[in-house]
Design a protein around this ligand. Structure first.
Ligand code: GDP
Length: 300
């Protein structure tokens, strides 16, 4: 992720470093190139524009240009702006999953079909069971695809967690209610509810997901998006945010996404933090999202 952006920015900053003293025009020229690099990485236009304006405001100040190593100062300012765009900042290392609620904590997984929702549900279940010793119940509310509930059951078996027994003919709301009842009765810590996706946003999907959300009042509503779809992922996220409301994003397939623009746009567009990254098909390929480490990786 971010390979191309990183090498472009390195080129821009190397040029800046070689200059020594910087004029306002030098900084503006460098920022123009940073803006192009961001757009080429598929960062949403308003996000790139805001980021550059912020950097310009902070960098064009006389102190920076007259400082001992002005290029270094500019790089630091770009770094800080990237960290902010990625949802970081003072005191925010990695948001991770928020499970700070009375058990059983409901986590609702939402997103388009094929985004990696079911795989990510399994990955989260495995992580909670092994690292945090949580008792996790997995339930598929996907009655659209006949194989979906079986797929989640298989994943549950692979990860050593329990999945809600399948009762054919139940509606998503009935399955959700049964999952929450089971979890309360059998003292589960966390219930992961995997909803049905569609190939694209449609009203029926949004209504169904919104109804499940209203009925289960999840502590975390995690939107799963495929990083490789770039701007489409950002548009999907905006839609889900407007119509369902999410409080966390998981970006999958970052292992195949060289550009990374969606990650840089997500926070500004949705206001929700990226909490986790899916970096492969294997069930242990789940990473925390560290804004400052990622910015460091971008600036290499
Ligand atoms: P769903 O329809 O949203 O539930 O999507 P699935 O969980 O069934 O995933 C669709 C495909 O994407 C499967 O083949 C997964 O193995 C694959 N997949 C999911 N997450 C990742 C990821 O982080 N990286 C890669 N490379 N593949 C993934």
């Amino acid at each position: 992720m971010f390979e191309a952006l990183s090498s472009r920015l390195n080129g821009v900053f190397d040029k800046l470093r070689r200059r020594g003293a910087l004029s306002e025009a030098d900084v503006n020229e460098a920022l123009r190139e940073v803006r192009i690099a961001l757009l080429e990485a598929d960062v949403a236009l308003p996000v790139a524009r805001d980021l550059i304006n912020k950097v310009r405001e902070r960098a064009v100040g006389a102190e920076v240009i007259r400082s001992v190593s002005p290029a270094q100062q500019v790089i630091k300012i770009v770094n800080d702006a990237l960290v902010e765009a990625l949802g970081g900042g003072e005191g925010i290392e990695a948001p991770g999953l928020d499970l700070n609620a009375p058990a059983p904590v409901p986590i609702l997984m939402v997103g388009l079909q094929g985004s990696g929702k079911t795989t990510t549900s399994g990955k989260i279940a495995l992580r909670l069971r092994t690292r945090e010793k949580k008792k996790v119940l997995l339930a598929s509310l996907d009655v659209q695809r006949p194989a979906a509930q079986l797929q989640l059951q298989t994943l549950a078996n692979q990860t050593g967690v329990t999945s809600l027994p399948i009762i054919p003919g139940q509606t998503p709301l009935e399955i959700a209610a049964r999952a929450m009842d089971t979890a309360r009765r059998e003292l589960y810590d966390v219930v992961i509810l995997d909803t049905a996706g569609r190939l694209s946003i449609d009203d029926a999907l949004m209504d169904e997901v919104a109804a499940v959300k209203a009925a289960t009042r999840p502590h975390q509503t995690l939107l799963v998006v495929d990083a490789m779809t770039g701007q489409d992922a950002v548009n999907t996220a905006r839609n889900f945010q407007d119509r369902v409301g999410v409080n966390g994003i998981v970006m999958t397939r970052v292992d195949g996404d060289a550009r990374g623009g969606a990650a840089l746009s997500m926070r500004a567009v949705t206001g929700a933090p990226i909490r986790l990254l899916g970096a492969g098909e294997k069930l242990d390929a789940l990473e925390d999202f560290h804004p400052s480490r990622i910015a460091g990786r971008i600036l290499g």
